[in-house]
Write a new protein. Structure first.
Length: 160
């Protein structure tokens, strides 16, 4: 289910940024059970996530590669941590409207505050219990993909 950003073709609806294979598998399973994982891409670190979205160039004039409908973002990631990914996404006018739901095992108040200051749309502490984890991901996916109304709908409002 993982894809290299530079080679992934097509539309990305959900970008799962998670370095823990077990958590990624549970997340994918929960979304698949609810028919929400059709266009899901799993990347294992923050650098891969940023490359998938922005491409290899840091040039703000370069068109965006993929604009997911939802990003599920862990905070504790290799290479580029989740806070840095969130800050990059929310600081760019081309991507700031993408909903980002932080899913982390961190219960630290500093992580919560930093994520909301950077513009996260949601902060979920991953449940330890299997059934609770599956249910939390199911509800998260249903809300952000089916119930929530995006100002952009299915199109990018910035024309990128």
């Amino acid at each position: 289910m993982s894809a290299k950003p530079s080679t992934y073709p097509g539309v990305v609806e959900i970008l799962l940024v998670e370095d823990n294979p077990s958590d990624a598998e549970l997340t994918i399973r929960a979304l698949t059970r609810n028919n929400l994982a059709n266009r899901l891409v799993w990347v294992k670190d923050g650098a891969e996530a940023l490359e998938l979205i922005f491409g290899p160039s840091a040039d703000p004039e370069t068109p965006i590669n993929h604009i997911p409908k939802l990003i599920l973002l862990d905070l504790k990631l290799p290479k580029v941590d989740g806070h840095q990914v969130l800050e990059r996404i929310k600081s760019d006018p081309r991507t700031r409207m993408i909903p980002v739901a932080v899913m982390t095992s961190s219960r630290e108040e500093a992580d919560l505050l930093r994520a909301y200051k950077a513009g996260t749309n949601s902060f979920i502490v991953k449940p330890v219990d299997f059934d609770s984890f599956i249910e939390a991901v199911r509800e998260l996916g249903l809300y952000w993909l089916l119930l929530n109304q995006s100002p952009a709908g299915d199109a990018n409002p910035l024309g990128s």
